[in-house]
Every structure is written in C-alpha cells, then in structure tokens.
Write a protein that binds this ligand. Sequence first.
Ligand code: GRF
Length: 221
Amino acid sequence: MTRKRVGVLISGRGSNLQALLDAAQAPDCPFEIVLVLSNKAKVQGLERAAAAGVATAVIDHRTFPDRETFEMAMTEALEAAGAELVCQAGFMRVVTSWFVTRWHDRLLNIHPSLLPAFPGLDTHERALAAGVKLHGCSVHLVRETVDQGPILGQAAVPVLPGDDAETLAARVLEAEHRLYPACLALYAAGRIDVRGETARLKTAPAPGGLLINPPSPAADA
Ligand code: GRF
C-alpha cells in the first residue's frame, strides 16, 4: 500500500496534529505525515512532531513582504518533502486564493463548528449565544472563502445545560481528534468523491466514522 504523503500546517498547541500522528502509526493507515510546518517558532506542535520523528520547519510569516511570498515558501517546503495533501490543523493564517488554487482539492482544514454554521472565530461562544442544542466540528476542503468548501465529515456533540465556552470547546476538541484522522484516512484512500463543491463518500463509512452522533442526554441531565 502506498501511503499519501501529508504536510501539516500548525500555529500552536497541535492536539489535532497529535491525533493525525497517532493515527499514522497504524500499519494500515493510508497516510503518513512527512512534514509539520509552523508559522510560529517554539510551539508545542513542533515538539509533538519531533517526538514522533517527523521533520519540522518554521516559516515565520512576518519575515515575508506579503501573504503570497509566505505561501510560496511554504509550498516550496511542502513540495521538497513530497507532500501530496496538506492539512491545516490550528493554522491561524488565512490563505490567499493563490495557495488555495495551488493546492486545489488537496488542502484540508478542521473547523470547530458544524459548518456552514459559525464560520470564523469564537465558535463556541457563538454557539452558546445562539442556543443551539448540537454543536461540533467539520473537516472540509479549503476554498477562497474562509471556512467554506466541500465538507468531508462532521462530528456532532450535545450542548449540555451548564456548559460554558470552555467545557463546550473541550467536548468538541475530543470529537475533532476522532474526526480529523477518520476524514483524512478516507480522503487519502480515495474513498471520497469531490464534485465541484460537494464531497460524497463512495461507500458507507464504518460505524463511528465520518458522522458521529451524540448519545441522547439522560432525561434528568
Ligand atoms: C482546534 O479547535 C481547531 O479546530 C481550530 O483550532 C484549534 C486548534 O487546536 N482550528 P490544536 O492546535 O489542534 O490543539
């Protein structure tokens, strides 16, 4: 089995990166992480990559005159590592249409909401303010508009009485760590069809796969 070579873009903690690194350990995993690229030095995600024996690079966006030259440098590093797919995992830079076009249908992102609801920042605060009963996360292909693009998979979690942004974020993050490796594995294995702006699974996913439903809370919860 040839594994798809994946570069991961991070800016910080890297807990989603860790989930991808852990999944890549499995002998039958259809992807391998070949480079972790951060726009910030000394972040935890870089330590996680090094601990897993994965190559790292720091490309500081502040040292470039504009976004495109920064993205060209990233692209050069990704290509040198032989990356076929690129995963944004807590990467806090908005990318330009140049980068999106360059990596068309090969650039994935995880976003902490059930898109198309709550694109952008502060998703957990906004979900609570809106009073939604289900919240969650989405893995999607990156397009020019931020947090928009063919949705590869979603995981839902309940919003529980007494939640604040922190407890809700923690519940969503746990789901992110299951969803991202599951989506990347299916996509890397060629089991998701992308037609224009819609992604469809070619076959039904295994239970616990792309669509993760929350259990109903107990009646007295
Ligand atoms: C995650 O919630 C991700 O969905 C969002 O930023 C956070 C990154 O966390 N885009 P980590 O760096 O993966 O721990």
